[in-house]
Design a protein around this ligand. Structure first.
Ligand code: 5AD
Ligand code: SF4
Length: 440
């Protein structure tokens, strides 16, 4: 299989980026080389997402556009990876003759075996087992992000079964990775020059492992922050119902733990939260916010929310806006609810019309933009510590992030990449800040 060129198209979440990185490294270590131009690739992998209807549609239209690639390259092998592959399996191959194999997120460890099988025997393969353990660690190079900041998956799957969510069905039940593997991977990233690590999982707070010690999420954070070259540790995503006193203590005591938490609230109305099976009330959510703010000065809080869940009334929606005004999130990912086949919410009555969803989403985003801008403007004149990630998209300047995960652009020299610098913030925009380095 030497001298083959591969191209990976990644859609969806950070977990998918991490999985694509795993695939890229497995292929590179076995003689494949990465290829940016899809038309020149011998192997194309499309890593997909199905958490909402929109990314699923995106994957279909991408496949549609690729339909005749095999006319110019009959040797081409195309694989669908990830959640869509898991959910649709064989059906995808029927609908898209171009696809040679489908492989779910729990089968990634079989990539070389499957690709080899297809090159040898030209048979289509469906690999969508859910009981398979996550793949073994490979050395990662941050192929899909930058050289300063890398991801490590600490757990797979989810046991929460929120009523709207497809994740537990396509990613399977929760499965924590051994602390030893996580720490080895962290040491490797640091030895490659990375200085920031983000621990990933659908629900990191329920991380659990038992060897000679009993591990929970807080003890894992403790072990990772002990690593010498690490400047900053992040994690995502947390579930509000599992926010523990232990984790609050981590924010109080661990200097390397970034002052940011992503804590999806999904809805502000108790009636809707109950229908969603979220396991907390708005009052409990607000209490968590107070505790977080007491544990860490200026902690940044970001969240996910959706509008138009079945049965959501204008009054329910007002509770969502009201919660946003009370909390003042630093930023917010907002979505229109979409039915996912097989979830309880898809069968619920009183679906909300597209027009109402669009209008609620717009009102919500207008409110959040004003909050985000106000919060960013409060940072003007302040001095913030920035981890430098590289050169900014517009070129010329350097770009990095604050502990609170805000993007900062400033003039500097490329030698600063991978270091912490102090930046005086001069101007604030909706999605970034601008400043001047005051100390290196
Ligand atoms: N419809 C709309 N948004 C959804 N999300 C999850 N499932 C759905 C759905 N069926 C959103 C949630 C979650 C984020 C990753 O995607 O807000 O936190
Ligand atoms: Fe989906 Fe809920 Fe699990 Fe998050 S916690 S992945 S929303 S089921």
């Amino acid at each position: 299989m030497l001298n083959k060129r591969f191209h990976i198209k990644t859609m969806g979440c950070q977990m998918n980026e991490y999985d694509s990185d795993f695939l890229a490294q497995s292929l590179i270590q076995n003689g494949f080389s990465p290829e940016k131009d899809i038309h020149r690739a011998d192997l194309i992998l499309i890593n997909t997402c199905v958490v909402r209807a929109k990314p699923e549609q995106k994957a279909y239209s991408f496949l549609g556009r690729m339909a005749n690639l095999k006319e110019t390259n009959p040797e081409l092998v195309v694989g669908m990876i990830g959640c869509l592959a898991q959910m649709k399996g064989k059906e995808l191959m029927k609908r898209f003759p171009l696809v040679d194999f489908v492989m779910g997120p729990r089968e990634l460890g079989r990539i070389l075996e499957i690709v080899k099988d297809i090159y040898d025997r030209r048979q289509r393969v469906v690999a969508t087992g859910l009981s398979v353990a996550p793949p073994p660690p490979v050395k990662r190079t941050g192929y899909f992000r930058n050289q300063t900041s890398g991801f490590i998956s600490i757990m797979e799957g989810c046991n929460n079964f929120c009523s709207y969510c497809i994740v537990p069905y396509v990613r399977g039940r929760e499965y924590s990775r051994a602390p030893k593997d996580i720490l080895d991977e962290a040491r490797y990233l640091l030895s490659e020059g990375m200085r920031e690590i983000t621990l990933l999982g659908q629900n990191v707070n329920s991380y659990a492992w038992k060897d000679e010690n009993t591990w929970n999420f807080a003890s894992l954070l403790d072990a990772v922050t002990d690593l010498h070259d690490l400047h900053r540790l992040r994690f995502t995503t947390s579930h509000p119902k599992d926010l523990s006193e232990d984790l609050l203590a981590c924010f109080r005591n661990m200097d390397k733990l970034a002052g940011h938490i992503h804590l999806p609230f999904q809805a502000g109305s108790n009636r809707i939260l109950k229908l969603m099976h979220r396991g907390y009330t708005r009052e409990e959510y607000l209490e968590n916010i107070d505790k977080l703010r007491m544990s860490k000065d200026n902690i940044a809080i970001t969240s996910d929310v959706m509008v138009g869940f079945p049965g959501e009334t204008e009054e329910d929606f007002q509770f969502t806006l009201d919660l946003m005004q009370q909390v003042e999130f630093d930023s917010l990912f907002s979505f229109k609810y979409s039915d996912r086949d097989g979830t309880p919410a898809a069968k619920m009555p009183d679906k909300i019309s597209e027009g109402v969803k669009v209008s609620r989403l717009k009102r919500l985003q207008t409110l959040q933009n004003s909050i985000t801008l106000k919060k960013n403007r409060n940072l003007e004149g302040r001095q913030l510590t920035v981890l430098v990630e590289g050169t900014s998209k517009k070129g010329g300047q350097l770009t990095g992030r604050t502990g609170s995960n805000k993007v900062v652009n400033f003039d500097g020299n490329p030698g600063m990449v991978g270091t912490l610098v102090e930046v005086a913030i001069e101007a604030a925009y909706l999605n970034s800040l601008k400043g001047q380095v005051i100390e290196h």
